[in-house]
Design a protein around this ligand. Structure first.
Ligand SMILES: N[C@](CCCC[B-](O)(O)O)(CCN1CCC(O)CC1)C(=O)O
Ligand SMILES: [Mn+2]
Ligand SMILES: [Mn+2]
Ligand SMILES: [Mn+2]
Length: 305
């Protein structure tokens, strides 16, 4: 497999600083070499250029809309270019608003893709339903065709057309879903496995049901968007910003990665919300090592060898 690594040093989808250092700490943690040691052909495509728009006032309660929207366009353009020359793109975030651009870019190359969203949160608030105005809690709302009439066209987002259907999404790991998001998930029948279902059915059954729900014939390309806060906070301490206890264990997260890798249909993996400024040095090292060990399993490192 040819892997294209893309750094997306972005933090304006939320109000804390730190996620802009995500790509740096993951690279310093040796991610490129570790994937090469798995026998992968890995090409580092550098970082997406981040745009900072001055006087970027909130619009419809969404914060930094122009900065997020214009950067998302650059992300989409870069992801599209990477996927024209590599088999898989590994996007290193950056807060989870980066998924607006990564999914839009991937969908240009793989229009039939499905999305697996591994996260404590549903990230599908519209600007109207969001209580924080942070766009990292809204990315899917900008991408889902059925939500187009509910989502105001924010300044900076003129370039973006929704490119996935609600039925093409499956969540795993939910445990902090807002009321407005719950309504959207129910109204549009989005496949969602919360931590309760993980406990009820076990991770193996959940992964199988999620894949079957979005792609019963097992032939569509997969965009996997991984928010490190899906993992239990004792593991991904640097995702403390929205740390929600009772998350996925390391083994459950490994299992998801191994099973998705086994499909052979992985098109892109986003790794979002690594914030090395939250927590101390030990927290940072733990989160980086943990996250890299999960990424390795998306690319062929299997516990059984
Ligand atoms: N749904 C939240 C969190 C989004 C997290 C984004 B991520 O990419 O990390 O998944 C939650 C908003 N709100 C925070 C305060 C609580 O009292 C109620 C929920 C929001 O801000 O929209
Ligand atoms: Mn989250
Ligand atoms: Mn998220
Ligand atoms: Mn977060």
């Amino acid at each position: 497999e040819r892997i294209g690594v893309l750094g997306i040093p972005f933090s304006k989808g939320q109000s804390r600083v730190g996620t802009e250092y995500g790509p740096e700490v993951l690279r310093n943690g040796g991610i490129v070499r570790k994937l090469q040691n798995l026998g992968c052909h890995v090409q580092d495509h550098g970082d997406v250029e981040v745009i900072q728009v001055e006087k970027d006032d909130p619009e419809e309660n969404a914060k930094n809309p122009r900065t997020v929207g214009l950067t998302s366009k650059l992300i989409a353009d870069k992801v599209e270019r990477v996927l024209r020359s590599e088999d898989i793109c590994l996007g290193l975030g950056g807060d989870h608003s980066v998924a607006i651009g990564t999914i839009a870019g991937n969908a240009r190359v793989e229009p039939d893709l499905v999305v697996l969203w591994i996260d404590a949160h549903a990230d599908i608030n519209t600007p109207m339903t969001s209580d924080s105005g942070n766009i990292h809690g809204m990315p899917l709302a900008f991408l889902v065709r059925e939500l187009e009439s509910y989502v105001t066209k924010l300044p900076g987002f003129e370039w973006l057309s929704p490119c996935i259907h609600a039925k093409d999404i499956a969540y795993i790991g939910l445990r902090d879903v807002d009321a407005g998001e719950r309504k959207i998930i129910e109204k549009f029948g989005i496949t969602a496995f919360s931590m309760q279902e993980v406990d009820k059915y076990g991770i193996n059954e959940v992964v199988e049901r999620a894949l079957r729900a979005v792609d019963p014939e097992g032939k569509r390309p997969i965009h996997l968007s991984f928010d490190v806060d899906a993992m239990d906070p004792t593991l991904a301490t640097s995702a403390r910003d929205h740390a929600v206890i009772g998350g996925l264990s390391l083994r459950e997260t490994y299992y998801i990665a191994e099973e998705v890798a086994r499909t052979g249909r992985l098109s892109m993996v986003d790794v979002a919300e690594v914030n090395p400024l939250l927590g101390d040095e030990k927290d940072k090292k733990l989160t980086v090592d943990m996250t890299i060990s999960v990424i390795q399993r998306f690319f062929g490192n299997r516990r059984g060898g």
